[in-house]
Write a protein that binds this ligand. Structure first.
Ligand code: PLP
Length: 465
């Protein structure tokens, strides 16, 4: 009998690329015939990825902002494997497991203030969905059913489910997809880089805070449930709101009984040198924090929504205390994902990775800002912690369509030049963003920025020809 089963391990790169183009719809999928030939990656160790031909690349974006403790961590693989052998799954509706309960306790110990109630989900998008659904649930119980509108910001990214995409503010992603427009109001871009000439960052901050107040005045606080905000707008291009913005907007929300959701899907679990950045970096105490990505260092999908005691207690003290929060996923608190997260947290603690990030970040940031000074084609080089972005400066005076094509060209050219030299970057139209694994050493930071510098010389020479 012949065995025609397709088997992993023996397939040629060309075959994989052909099937990839024919059958695999990737995120932000290109549907045309001329689809990209994706590199086929095969293995990884530390901060490095290797393709099927054995070529080594530094992982500049850290996967998708998620690889924190680096690749090739046997201890995470073993923890997951042991858990799968012992108990791969049990229903979170009717039972609990040691790893998931332990994880809820460990996360509660790391969150600021009274954020002690952990709802597990499958990724960042479902963590955000859960947060918004909880806001609606909370105000329904509080007999304020009109408080439903969510305030978000232009350039925010909160996910790709219908609800989380509805509160995401990247316009270019929405041109052909529907979202729930009545649910959300967007505040204008907070990026200090776009402030008009002559405007100080303090004035910019006041204007941005005023945007929030203005929106509340227009919509009415009685109709607004929550403000959702990434501490740093990561996918929007590592946008760092002006100093003082977080605290002032937090205060306005408190005054207007608008819940504050801090989306720490990128900034949580060490990216800025702290478990969470809301309080430790930006001095605010949110009502809800969402997280994912670094929670398991990208080894297994998992997200979490962490809700304050204050909110939960108001429900349990109400006359509707027995009402169920009917939201959940088959894989909420999945034991294998929880095992990966517990081990990730142990590694972060045992290897003092938060302290390491605090130590190497100034070097990372100074190499990044040097690029901004050196290259004419770079308009802005910004970052914080181990997050960075280079924004190209082109085509300000052309039409929107022409500008978009120049912008794409810039991102693609840097991507190609860096890839040839052994560095993966993440092009985002006219920007490249970086979030390497948190274990990156100073020496590796230098290698990464040396490659970038070389690549930028090449791209600049080509584009300014
Ligand atoms: N929130 C933020 C801030 C994100 O950056 C992302 C993804 O990049 C998400 C939510 C959605 O996470 P996921 O892709 O895991 O659903």
């Amino acid at each position: 009998m012949t065995n025609n089963r397709l088997r992993e391990g023996k397939l040629e790169i060309e075959t994989l690329q052909t099937w990839d183009k024919k059958h695999y719809l990737h995120p932000w999928a290109e549907l045309s015939d001329g689809k990209t030939d994706f590199g086929v990656l095969n293995k990884a160790k530390g901060i490095y990825l290797y393709d099927k031909k054995g070529k080594q690349y530094i992982d500049g974006p850290g996967g998708m902002w998620c690889i924190s403790v680096g690749y090739g961590r046997n201890e995470i693989a073993e923890a997951v494997s042991n858990q799968l052998n012992k108990l791969p799954y049990t229903s979170p509706w009717s039972s609990t497991t040691e790893p998931s309960t332990l994880l809820a306790k460990k996360i509660s110990d790391k969150t600021p203030g009274d954020l002690n109630n952990v709802f597990f989900s499958t990724c960042g998008s479902t963590a955000v969905d859960t947060a918004i659904r909880f806001v609606h649930f909370y105000f329904n119980i509080k007999k304020k059913p009109n408080k439903k509108v969510i305030i978000s910001r232009e350039k925010a990214y909160h996910g790709s489910t219908y609800l989380s995409a509805s509160v995401s503010g990247k316009e270019r992603d929405k041109r052909y997809l529907d979202t729930e427009e009545k649910l959300v109001k967007f505040l204008p871009d907070v990026n200090p880089y776009i402030r008009p000439d002559g405007t100080s960052t303090d004035e910019w901050c006041d204007r941005k805070v005023h945007d929030l107040q203005n929106c509340i005045n227009l919509v009415g606080a009685e109709n607004i449930g929550a403000f959702i905000a990434e501490p740093i707008l990561a996918s929007g291009g590592v946008i760092i709101p002006p100093s003082g913005y977080h605290q002032k907007t937090r205060e306005i929300c408190r005054e207007n009984e608008i819940l504050y959701i801090s989306d720490e899907v990128v900034t949580g679990f060490g990216r800025l040198g702290h478990w969470f950045s809301s309080k430790d970096v930006f001095g605010i105490q949110p009502d809800i924090i969402t997280c994912a990505k670094g929670l398991t260092s990208g080894y297994i999908p998992m997200g979490a929504t962490i809700i304050s005691d204050q909110l939960v207690n108001q429900i349990t003290d109400s006359d509707q205390k027995d009402v169920l929060f009917s939201n959940g996923y088959t894989y909420s608190g999945h034991p294998a994902a929880a095992a990966a997260a517990n081990k990730t947290m142990d590694i972060i603690e045992d290897e003092k990775i938060l302290e390491h990030v605090q130590e190497v970040s100034p070097h990372f940031q100074s190499r990044l800002s040097d690029l901004g000074k050196k290259f004419e084609i770079i308009g802005d080089a910004r970052g914080i912690g181990l997050l960075g972005c280079l924004e190209g400066d082109f085509g300000k005076d052309c039409s929107e369509t022409k500008k978009l094509s120049i912008d794409h060209e810039f991102g693609k050219k840097i991507d190609a030049a860096a890839e040839r030299r052994g560095l993966l970057v993440r092009p985002l139209i006219n920007m490249c963003v970086f979030s390497p694994p948190l274990i990156i050493s100073k020496k590796e930071i230098d290698i990464m920025f040396d490659i970038l510098e070389d690549s930028l010389y090449e791209v600049q020479n080509e584009m300014l020809k």
